[in-house]
Design a protein around this ligand. Structure first.
Ligand SMILES: [Zn+2]
Length: 280
């Protein structure tokens, strides 16, 4: 836009540079070169925005995510594996059983140590499916495997294998587990708790998990032999469902036992209808 059609071109540009700096001051504007604009062209955006690449320019991904949450309440859509529903519920129930503290801060070290060991175990496993997606903390686990030969000192990786303090649970699963009534949210700064339904699932998982050498000898150890973690993966990797001891209970969590409360039952009905579309 030419706001000074009578000014010579050079003067208009100079004034526009001055106006542009006033209109959009930035912390580092003093270090920037003046914005060059041309008379007859809008100057207030020219040079103001950097060109960036994006795969979701119109925000349509959020629309899709919203629809999936409506159609599949309580289901993490990013992976076909359901193993973390069990594993995270088990960790919450186990910590509650072993600890006198219900604070989230006291849960975190236990949780991260176990999630890291599980991620390594899953990465070491020869999966029944071609490619396994959805291992939480996968890149940190890969680094731990790459940098060690016979044993892994988990304490060297537990602080940085994933950024989120409660790992994949905090990032993706917490609200999903709550939506299928495996957990109930903790009060401010308190840990989430497994419900009776969640503890039932955790018990079914424990029948396999607590038979492993990892659980019996290395559950709290810093240094764990890689063979022990490999054996853990053989027993409880994400891909060991279907067929694992918690499989049937997990199915009930998603689609079984009709709920008495209308709100929970409507979510269950919606999951069943959405799943059935894939089966027809
Ligand atoms: Zn596997």
């Amino acid at each position: 836009m030419n706001r000074h059609p009578t000014l010579p071109k050079g003067e208009a540009i100079a004034e526009n540079q001055h106006n542009a700096a006033e209109l959009a001051p930035t912390p580092d504007s003093a270090r920037r070169r003046p914005v060059s604009v041309e008379v007859g062209a809008p100057f207030w955006t020219t040079g103001k925005f950097k060109s960036i690449s994006a795969e979701n320019d119109l925000g349509l991904e959020n629309v899709g995510a919203f629809l999936l949450r409506r159609l599949l309440p309580g289901i993490v859509e990013a992976t076909p594996q359901a193993g973390y529903y069990t594993f995270y519920t088990y960790l919450l129930a186990k910590h509650e059983e072993r600890s006198e503290s219900a604070s989230r801060a006291d849960l975190i070290p236990f949780f991260r140590r176990q999630e890291l060991a599980y991620a390594i175990a899953c990465r070491l496993h020869t999966h029944r499916v071609g490619a396994l997606v959805g291992i939480q903390g996968s890149s940190g686990a890969r680094r731990a495997i790459r940098e060690n030969e016979e044993t892994i000192d988990l304490s060297a990786y537990v602080d940085n294998y994933i950024d989120a303090r409660l790992g994949g649970y905090g990032l993706f699963y917490a609200r999903m587990l709550e939506a299928v009534r495996l957990t109930k949210p903790g009060a401010y700064q308190m840990a989430d708790r497994a419900t009776d339904r969640g503890r039932n699932l955790a018990l079914a998982f424990a029948r396999t998990f607590e038979q492993t050498r990892y659980y019996r000898e290395f559950f709290e150890a810093d240094v764990v032999p890689i063979e022990v973690l490999r054996d853990l993966g053989d027993h409880v990797c994400l891909c060991t469902i279907p067929g694992r001891s918690d499989h049937e209970v997990l199915l009930d969590v998603f689609v079984g036992d009709a709920g008495q409360e209308l709100a929970w039952e409507s979510l269950r009905q919606r999951r069943i209808k959405s799943f059935s579309i894939h089966l027809t």
